[in-house]
Design a protein around this ligand. Structure first.
Ligand SMILES: [Mn+2]
Length: 416
């Protein structure tokens, strides 16, 4: 039996204000084709289907259209669990309707009976048990007591998560025993989850949000039941195993969520389970639907790279991070001029030089009152490592700005 595990679609998420509908649609088309080509029997989507608890109409349409297309493929069952970005009640609202199409949705944690699914083949024989555990919210697993410390809170959260998995796994094992004769062998058990496992890798700007307010809770792989043949996790956006276990995995997000992830290979997990052999996992690389690139460096480097990309003619989305020493007050305009006439799109320019702290260089015992405004400006130039040859010109311009401020005659318009 073949299971395809994916998570963290974040339908509706924009990238620095740029809508990404075309990419999401391309991904769902690719996923549909992959399910057919690989003859997938079960699809698991382990949380963060939507980026928001109140997804837009177009995002909802994309999701339901995809599910409708799944019912017309070889894929017999779809299991969807909510992540921390999803609204549990929104996701679960069409649950009864979807169940009639063999699409199982778990919004929030409830009784183990609701989460332990027995999936049956076309001959109505049991073929797989899925423990469809969603993101476990604080209120679902922990009772709050007055005066508890942060440590108490974390300990109770971990205990709550462990206890929930133990209860669900115990029921799954019981079901397996009950169904052994009917199934004609040992039924595989697959679990799901949406949480931060200890040792997990993230990258800056990948949009992974803290799970429990005021707590950096990471759970160790040891809390997961040994009876799971495979555990399909969501939440982290880089594909990875947990604690060196091949059968405990994050599929990762199919699209890079930020420029920090640009160039990372994205994938979904194709899991083959059989009655008596260990699972086999193959990563299927997700094609790049939109090239993202961060260009970081001095102006010479930025201009050269923009030139190369222009020549290649590919429609890349760019983030420009200027780190040069020379002051570039008009970075935005320079970048616009460099990309004009191409199909490059600049999503953000960041001038690190201009942002870097200017007033680090106050000496001990010295206050701003001891310095003239021109002294402060000179120190800014030094703190930014502005080349000496630019100083005279910058001091003169600064002097003009000061003179304008001292001028009692208001200039045309407002000065605020
Ligand atoms: Mn996520």
């Amino acid at each position: 039996m073949k299971i395809l595990h994916t998570s963290d679609w974040h339908l509706g998420r924009a990238l620095l204000g740029q809508k990404r509908h075309a990419e999401f649609e391309a991904f769902l088309d690719w996923l549909t084709a992959t399910v057919c080509n690989e003859r997938v029997d079960v699809l698991l989507v382990t949380g963060d289907i939507f980026d928001s608890g109140t997804p837009g109409n177009r995002d909802q349409q994309m999701y339901f259209t995809f599910l409708a297309r799944m019912t017309a493929t070889c894929c017999r069952h779809v299991v969807v669990v909510a992540g921390n970005h999803d609204s549990p009640s929104f996701l679960a609202a069409p649950g009864d309707l979807l169940r009639s199409l063999s699409i199982h949705v778990t919004g929030s944690a409830g009784s183990p009976e609701d989460e332990v699914l027995v999936l049956r083949n076309t001959r109505n024989a049991p073929e797989l048990i899925v423990c469809a555990v969603p993101y476990l919210r604080d209120r679902d697993i922990r009772t709050v007591e007055a005066g508890e410390s942060v440590d108490d809170k974390e300990r109770k959260l971990v205990q709550g998560i462990r206890a929930h998995y133990e209860r669900v796994a115990a029921l799954a094992v019981r079901r397996r025993e009950e169904l052994a004769a009917e199934a004609g062998g040992r039924l595989p058990i697959v679990g799901t989850g949406h949480l931060f496992a200890a040792g997990g890798k993230t990258v800056e700007g990948d949009g992974v949000r803290e799970l429990y307010v005021g707590s950096l809770l990471h759970v160790s792989a040891s809390i997961f039941p040994k009876s799971f043949d495979y555990l399909a996790l969501g939440h982290l956006h880089l594909p990875q195993t947990v604690g060196g276990h091949e059968h405990i995995r994050y599929s990762g997000s199919p699209l890079p969520m930020g420029f920090g992830e640009a160039g990372q290979q994205k994938s979904v997990c194709l899991v083959e389970v059989a009655h008596d052999t260990p699972v086999r996992v193959r990563l299927l690389p997700v094609p790049v639907f939109r090239h993202l690139e961060r260009i970081r460096g001095d102006w010479e480097h930025i201009a050269r790279r923009i030139g190369e990309l222009k020549e290649a003619g590919s429609p890349v989305w760019l983030e420009i991070v200027y780190t040069g020493h020379a002051v570039m007050g008009d970075l935005g305009r320079q970048v616009d001029a460099a990309v004009s006439g191409s199909n490059l799109r600049v999503c953000r320019t960041d001038n690190l030089n201009a942002r870097q702290a200017a007033l680090h260089s106050v000496h001990p015992g010295e206050t701003l009152d001891d310095l003239s405004v021109t002294d402060v400006f000179r120190r800014c130039l030094r703190a930014h490592n502005v080349p000496k040859e630019q100083h005279a010109e910058l001091l003169r311009t600064y002097g003009e700005a000061l003179a304008a401020l001292d001028d009692p005659q208001p200039h045309s318009g407002d000065r605020v």
